[in-house]
Design a protein. Structure first.
Lengths: 109, 123
């Protein structure tokens, strides 16, 4: 089982704001990174560190963190944002080197 | 342009072996840690193994420890995963991914991924 916990599914109306969360003890020590994965494609990094976007990622994607919870916020969700989203970080428990959340399926209505 | 291209996947019987390769280009391969991440059909991402730039540090998920071996050849810009004693639950798309780790900023992420290679373990 994942040591980072995500809601399995979230939905958002087109143009509205949605927050996807990720919880785990590791997040008290490390920032989460976030990946978008569309069907049949490899994951793509969308947020890393405190709140950084790789080149080419729209600025409607942002990240934040508080305590053991990291959040990915999409402000003004677009149809093309419908995808699975995964969080990830180093593991602080000593059991694993790297951990992933179980993923959140985002549906844009 | 950074490119990671996996190969070597296929159909193998339980108990069999397979060797995956990942050809890297577009960056100084010998300067980066590399990883294998897998995704079973319809499931989430699972980290499998990591190897440091000079192969000094190697880590495995408990689910593959003792059965899988990660290695790299910096002269050939290539990453490998030797998979032995394969089980049905190893069936997955296997991705090669480059990582970035900064303990000073507590930041870790996979910045580039290959397209993956499918491994199917079935009799």
């Amino acid at each position: 089982s994942s040591e980072l916990t995500q809601d399995p599914a979230v939905s958002v109306a087109l143009g509205q704001t949605v927050r996807i969360t990720c919880q785990g003890d590791s997040l008290r020590s490390y920032y989460a990174s976030w990946y978008q994965q569309k069907p049949g494609q490899a994951p793509v990094l969308v947020i890393y560190g405190k709140n950084n976007r790789p080149s080419g990622i729209p600025d409607r994607f942002s990240g934040s963190s508080s305590g053991n919870t990291a959040s990915l916020t999409i402000t003004g969700a677009q149809a093309e944002d419908e995808a699975d989203y995964y969080c990830n970080s180093r593991d602080s428990s000593g059991n694993l080197y790297v951990v992933f959340g179980g993923g959140t399926k985002l549906t844009v209505l | 342009e950074v490119q990671l291209v996996e190969s070597g996947g296929g159909l193998v019987k339980p108990g069999g072996s397979l060797r995956l390769s990942c050809a890297a280009s577009g960056f100084t391969f010998s300067s980066y840690s590399m990883n294998w991440v897998r995704q079973a059909p319809g499931k989430g991402l699972e980290w499998v193994s990591s190897i440091s730039s000079s192969s000094s540090y190697i880590y495995y998920a408990d689910s593959v420890k003792g059965r899988f071996t990660i290695s790299r050849d910096n002269a050939k810009n290539s990453l490998y995963l030797q998979m032995n004693s394969l089980r049905a639950e190893d069936t997955a798309v296997y991705y090669c991914a480059r990582d970035f780790w900064s303990p000073h900023t507590a930041t870790y992420y996979f910045d580039y991924w290959g397209q993956g290679t499918l491994v199917t373990v079935s009799s």
